[in-house]
Design a protein around this ligand. Sequence first.
Ligand SMILES: NC(=O)NCCC[C@H](N)C(=O)O
Length: 425
Amino acid sequence: MRQNPYLVVTLPDVTAQPTEQVAAAPRVDSEVGPLRTVMLHRPGAELKRLTPRNNDQLLFDSIPWVDRAQVEHDAFAEVLRSRDVEVLLLADTLNTALTDPRARSAAVDAAVDRRRLGNELADALRSHLSTVDSATLADVMMAGMTFEELPAAEGASLVRRMHHPHDFVVDPLPNLLFTRDSSVWIADRVALASLAMPARRRETALLDLIYAYHPRFRAAGRAYGAHSAPVEGGDVLLLAPGVLAIGVGERTTPAGAESLARSAFSDGLAHTVLAVPIVQDRATMHLDTVCTMVDTDAVVMYPAVRDTLQAYPLRPNGSEGVVVDGPVPFLNAAAEAMGIERLRVIDTGLDPVTAEREQWDDGNNTLAVAPGVVVAYERNVETNARLEDAGIEVLRIGGSELGTGRGGPRCMSCPVSRSSLTSSR
Ligand SMILES: NC(=O)NCCC[C@H](N)C(=O)O
C-alpha cells in the first residue's frame, strides 16, 4: 500500500494486525510451482563426527568447517524466508514428533542395531536411551553416539572392550543435510526413500517418525516405503503434474524406478514416469546433479549428457501393471509427456572444462522457488550467468562448506508444499 507523504499523524496500520497463519497443506505437483513450505536440516553436531578416517564412508569429500556451514545454511534459509517460504527444520519436527511416547519407542528401536552391538550392549544402549529426554534422544538419532559417550555403567560387553572409545555405538547421519533424498512429496502423499548407501539408511527412520507422529503430517498418505527397492529423492523430478522423471544409476535401481512408478500409477499420482539411466559415478549420483527444472518449460542441464540422455517411458496398463517403452531421447520424451512443444535447455558452464567443474560443484542443482526463480551456489559463476541470460532470476548463496558433502540447494531441501502452477498463492 502506498504511503500518503502528507499524512503526519501515525495511524495504526490495520494491515499489520496479526493474522492467523494457516499452515499450507502438504502437496507438491511440480518442480517449480511457488514454494510455500520446505523442510531443511540445519547442519549440527553430526558434521563434527567427520574425520579424515571416516569421511569417505560417510559420503563427504572433505571435512567441513561446521560453524561456517551453519552460517551458510542460515543464509540459505533466510533467502527462502525472504521469498515467503515457510522453513521447517528437521530437528524441530523430530523433537515435536518425539513428544509422542510411541515415537520415542520407535526411535530407540531404530537406534539400536543388535546385530552389530550384540545382545549385551544392545540391551545396555536400549536401557540408556529409554531414560534420556526427547531432545537428547533426537540428538543421538542425528549425531550418533560413541562408545565413550555411553555411560560406563551401561554394559561391560566384549564388543565394548574390543572397540575404540571413539567408534560409534550409533552411527552419525551427516547427510541429513540433504533432506531431498530421504523423502519426496508427490501430490499429497509422501514417498519415503529407500536409501542405497549404508551411511544414509537410518535417515529414513527419522523421517518415518516425523511423518507418522508430527501433528502436521499425521494424516498424510504414503506413496512408497523405506523397505522397498532403492529410490532416492535426488533422482525424482516432478516435471509437471502427473509426470515424473526418475534417474536410475548409482542410487536408484531399475526395480526402484519401476516400483515407485507402479505405486504412483495405482494411487493416481502420475500418468507417465520416465526412467532415465545416468552414469553410475559419484559426480552424477542423482539425476538432480545433471538436470534440474528452472521454469515450467526449462531445465539447467550438464551439456555432456544433453544429447545422450535417454528415457524409458512407463505408463499404467490399466490393471496394476506397467507398460515400458523406449528408450527414446529424454528431452523429447519429457516434452511429450509434459504436453509442451519443447523443453528449453540452459547449459552448465561455458566450455567443457568449466562445465565439468561447475557440474561437480552443483551448478545444475538449483532449487526453484517459483517459475523462473531459483536458488543456486554463487561459486558457479558461468552457469548462473547463463541462467540469467535466459531470463531466470538467480538467488545466490554461499556453499563452500555446505558443498563438501557434494550437494547443492536442491539436494538440501525437501519441498512439502508448492502452489499449483495454475492458481495464485
Ligand atoms: N540429491 C543429491 O544429489 N544429494 C546429494 C547427496 C550427497 C550425499 N553426500 C550423498 O552422497 O548421498
